[in-house]
Write a protein that binds this ligand. Structure first.
Ligand SMILES: [Ca+2]
Ligand SMILES: [Ca+2]
Length: 157
């Protein structure tokens, strides 16, 4: 009887692995690249900027100035201790711009590089995260969800 159950469990495990394979498979990096689903506005018409070698985020979607911009030269595992006028920037970013010299900024839903993740390629400005998606997250999912980021030359977590 015990042997029967073990065999049944093994069959069930094989079946469930096969059935779950599409969702459980390691993500292809292209599925993790965050892109805007709308054409970018003319940046030159906006009074926003992000210096060379920096990762910049904005509190507001389609920000028209840098009043609520936050910038980093390095990686940061904890947005909770960065503030705009006393309010944490964690889970608040609605616009991003990668001006770094690495291939990607990898963004994370959780602190300390945990949770869901996505890659923002170099020289990419997404002024409204409500209009951005990856291959595995719906449009707008990343709006107000970024809690940590790190530089990387590969689109991997
Ligand atoms: Ca926001
Ligand atoms: Ca988050």
């Amino acid at each position: 009887m015990k042997r029967f159950f073990m065999a049944a469990a093994a069959v069930a495990a094989v079946f469930s692995i096969g059935a779950a394979a599409p969702a459980a498979a390691a993500p292809h990096s292209e599925d993790k690249v965050l892109t805007s689903t709308v054409a970018a506005d003319d940046v030159s018409a906006m009074a926003v900027s992000c210096s060379n070698l920096y990762w910049c985020i904005w509190r507001d979607p389609n920000a028209t100035n840098n009043n609520y911009r936050y910038t980093w030269f390095g990686s940061d595992g904890n947005y909770a201790n960065n503030y705009w006028s006393g309010v944490t920037v964690s889970n608040k970013a609605s616009g991003v711009w990668n001006q770094g010299d690495r291939q990607f900024v990898v963004i994370f839903d959780g602190p300390d590089y945990t949770g869901n993740w996505a890659c923002v390629p170099a020289n990419t400005h997404i002024p409204d995260l409500r209009n951005a998606a990856t291959g595995d997250t719906p449009v707008g999912w990343w709006n107000e969800r970024i809690s940590s980021h790190k530089w990387s030359n590969t689109c991997t977590r």
